[in-house]
Design a protein around this ligand. Structure first.
Ligand code: EPZ
Length: 416
């Protein structure tokens, strides 16, 4: 199972349920450390990044096991407060555990997460937030040594509405004495999901979804059960695939508000969309048109994670579309792979200019990162002939059943 093979030309039709959000599950697994009790994550997606998070929890002394599709985490027996380098290197976003470990144990040691495929992944805002709460953090030899036995609630001002820094600040603030206010907080739906989970655990967190989040620290925490929100980027992936191939699909469990910037772009490209409370449907002729410039920005703006996915859908569109990637420095690595298929996309720094082409040709390509890999699948679905996608471990970090779901919708796709 080292390749995904796609034969293009099939329309997608049918209905699927969308997995729970990877970017909710990961901070929520870190948050379980605060409970010292048993937490159950219902319908938890079996992803590589979730496996890495469970390895970290095991390493910290927690009991973690699956019961059917539910992940059961008992954090009563946490007896370590460090994350070893091999685990940090498996998942850059392991830094999400920093605030929770510090709040629970009074100290936290981990190697610096370093950069990844998308470019440098600095954590200066994470560290500044924890220092504001009173943590003493030494950075030495690529490692972080954090001490914070008496964290105090303070006002934290984030210069960038960083998702991870907001999450770390919230989790650390749960262990601080007094009230913490986080200003310029990230507003992503996954932050709201984290707040919902923390409230179920007994924490006093308010304001998630707005730019100001407040945490009353020191609450007694306990276990709980939770089902995370649907993965809005996985949902966007299926919608973009159907937009590109033509057809009609419906996605269950999706909050249409969480994908509104993506559906607006797809509607502008010529798709028809219908949404109900927990369902969203798209129909497309497959003949799309270029759209107005797509500028990625923090939620509720157009998500950077959907940039490659929308670009893939528009590769055969009639006309031109300009993309501006404002979040990550190196998030066009999928473009050279598109060019191998005959696409016409020109890069100039953060700007990509896509001119639609008549046809794409199936060939061998390699996934460069999680969403770039999913974008290559979308390109293959609309290409003439067969596309073979390598390095698919990137895709398994964030998608469960991508191949199975697309096959169920009628795609000619399989593992090889
Ligand atoms: C989260 O990453 C997501 N990951 C990413 O999804 C997503 O692309 C990103 O948010 C933006 O929405 C998870 O939630 C696990 P940021 P995160 O901190 O928290 C800069 C995927 O495909 N920055 O909001 O790391 C940073 O360099 C992944 O599912 C600092 O400068 O993103 C970036 O330019 C990819 N200093 C910008 O802020 C810091 O201390 C936004 O990053 C932190 C971030």
């Amino acid at each position: 199972m080292s390749l995904i093979t796609v034969e293009g030309g099939r329309r997608l039709c049918g209905e699927i349920a969308v997995q729970s959000a990877k970017n909710s599950v990961l901070p929520i697994l870190a948050a379980t450390i605060l409970s010292g009790d048993v937490c159950v994550i219902r319908a938890c997606p079996r992803l590589r990044d979730v496996e890495t998070a469970t390895e970290i929890l095991h390493y910290l002394g927690c009991d973690v096991h699956w019961e059917a599709d539910d992940l059961v985490v008992d954090t009563a027996t946490v007896d370590r407060c460090d994350i070893p380098e091999n685990l940090m290197r498996q998942m850059r976003s392991s830094v999400i555990f920093l605030g929770a470990i510090l709040a629970r144990c009074g100290r936290a040691d981990m190697s610096y997460p370093g950069g990844c495929e998308l470019g440098p992944r600095p954590i200066d805002l994470h560290l500044a937030a924890l220092r504001t709460l009173g943590a003493e953090i030494e950075e030495c030899g690529g490692c972080l040594y954090c001490q914070g036995t008496h964290l105090r609630g303070r006002e934290i001002v984030l210069s960038i509405p960083s998702v991870g820094a907001t999450e770390n600040a919230i989790l650390a603030a749960c262990g601080a004495e007094g009230t913490t206010t986080i200003t310029n907080a990230a507003r992503e739906p996954e932050i709201c999901d984290l707040q919902d989970f923390l409230r179920k655990m007994g924490a006093r967190v308010n304001g998630a979804g707005s730019s100001t989040v407040t945490v009353e620290g020191g609450a007694r925490m306990h276990g709980c059960e939770h089902r995370c929100i649907a993965d809005r980027i996985a949902a966007s992936t299926y919608l973009a695939a159907a937009a590109a191939t033509g057809g009609e699909i419906c996605l269950r469990e999706v909050n249409y508000r969480h994908v509104s910037t993506v559906t607006t772009a797809l509607a502008q490209a010529g798709c028809r969309l219908r949404s109900e409370e927990r369902m969203i449907c798209l129909s497309s002729s497959g003949a799309l048109r270029g759209i107005s410039p797509v500028r990625t920005s923090p939620y509720p703006g157009f998500p950077t994670d959907a940039q490659a996915i929308l670009m893939a859908a528009l590769l055969r569109s009639h006309g031109t579309t300009v993309f501006v990637e404002n979040i990550f420095e190196n998030r066009y690595r999928h473009v050279p792979e598109f060019l191998r298929m005959g696409a016409d996309v020109r890069l100039e720094g953060r700007v990509a200019v896509l001119c639609g082409v008549e046809k794409l040709c199936g060939t061998g390509v390699r996934a460069t990162d999680l969403r770039g890999g999913a974008a290559l699948v979308i390109a293959g679905l609309q290409a003439d002939g067969i596309t073979r996608i390598g390095d698919i471990y990137h895709i398994h970090r964030g998608y469960t059943r991508l191949v199975e779901n697309l096959a169920q919708l009628g795609a000619n796709i399989r593992y090889e």
